[in-house]
Design a protein around this ligand. Structure first.
Ligand code: NAX
Length: 319
């Protein structure tokens, strides 16, 4: 039998955490043959709720779940973890300026970065979900200099999956037949969802999305704004922000990173820029990537089609 993999979820008492931990325990993230030990971290005011989540994990009797650590101590939470999904953070509240949220998150991510750096398993893979996701990932990277930059990523897979979902709805095709959309930039409304290389698997072979949709006005307008604004639309409808889709996308992100992307398919990940596509090196930026042997590689040559450059504004780099 395989050795259990230790997976940390921070902010585990929150709504994404509540959707995410059962998925991990069911094998959605790492495979149905991979035992896991869940490490859950939250802050003291949420300790009782966190313990309730632990009780439910026990009650669900997941065969793959070999242990649960539920704690408010970052060092205990980070010790020996192979995968870290950073969902906890300080949310922007009414009346707060971005810089106020930023300084709160700097101190949170600084402390958690050093706990991970000192106590996680070697080669621990980190996924930052908490907003501002790209910035939090960069802060974590800055304060954990011994963790290789390639091991620190942020979640834009939800935006990627939202784009696949919109195309599938528009064309009335299975979402599993749509692939190779790209999310460029930040997990924020400044992102650029790009369908210029996306295809649909049809009875007559793979066809470009643009050829099938036959509606450039929709693809260049409403499609982009729908994907960019989807988070706000979910809040409006549910009175709560996206949780099950965020959790599911976090599983997709880690699964593809660890187990590899299917042949001929790329996915979007916020990764440390090497300067590809003239995105300044050193930013955490969403690119199309393929994954093999636990490592991502930025897909090159997808810029042959011109896309608006507004997403490269300096503001986009901050949020
Ligand atoms: P919740 O407020 O339900 O949960 C957050 C949890 O984090 C709470 O239990 C809180 O106590 C905990 N927490 C706060 N500070 C902490 C710290 N220092 N250490 C550990 N835990 C801490 O938010 P939820 O809806 O679960 O969203 C979590 C984060 O995901 C938010 O920052 C949100 O903006 C972000 N999102 C990111 C997405 C992405 O695609 N990258 C999409 C969904 C989501 O909006």
């Amino acid at each position: 039998a395989k050795e259990p993999v230790r997976v940390l979820v921070t902010g585990a008492a929150g709504q994404i955490g509540y959707a995410l931990v059962p998925m991990i325990a069911r094998g959605v993230m790492l495979g149905t043959d991979q035992p896991v030990i869940l490490h859950m971290l939250d802050i003291p005011p949420a300790a009782e709720a966190l313990n309730g989540v632990k009780m439910e994990l026990v009650d669900a009797a997941f065969p793959l779940l070999k242990g649960v650590v539920a704690t408010t101590d970052a060092v205990e939470a980070c010790t020996g973890v192979n995968i870290a999904v950073m969902v906890g953070g300080f949310p922007r509240k009414e009346g707060m300026e971005r810089k106020d949220v930023m300084s709160k998150n700097v101190s949170i991510y600084k402390a958690q970065a050093s706990a991970l750096e000192q106590h996680a398993a070697p080669n621990c893979k980190v996924l930052v979900v908490a907003n501002p996701a790209n910035t939090n990932a960069l802060i974590l990277k800055e304060f954990a200099p011994s963790i290789p930059a390639k091991n620190i990523t942020c979640l834009t897979r939800l935006d990627h999956n939202r784009a696949l979902g919109q195309i599938s709805e528009k064309l009335n095709v299975q979402v599993s037949d749509v692939k190779n959309v790209i999310i460029w930039g930040n997990h924020s409304s400044s992102q650029y969802p790009d369908v210029n290389h996306a295809t649909v698997n049809t009875a007559a072979g793979e066809k470009p999305v643009r050829e099938l949709v036959k509606d450039d006005a929709w693809l260049n307008g409403e499609f982009i704004t729908t994907v960019q604004q989807r988070g706000a639309a979910i809040i409006k409808a549910r009175k709560l922000s996206s949780a099950l889709s965020a959790a599911s996308s976090a599983c997709d992100h880690i699964r593809d990173w660890v187990l590899g992307t299917p042949e001929g398919t790329w996915v979007s990940m916020g990764v440390y820029s090497d300067g590809s596509y003239n995105v300044p090196a050193g930013l955490i930026y969403s690119f199309p990537v393929t994954c093999r042997n636990g490592e991502w590689t930025i897909v090159q040559g997808t810029d042959a089609i011109l896309y608006p450059m507004s997403f490269l504004s300096p503001i986009a780099f901050c949020f």
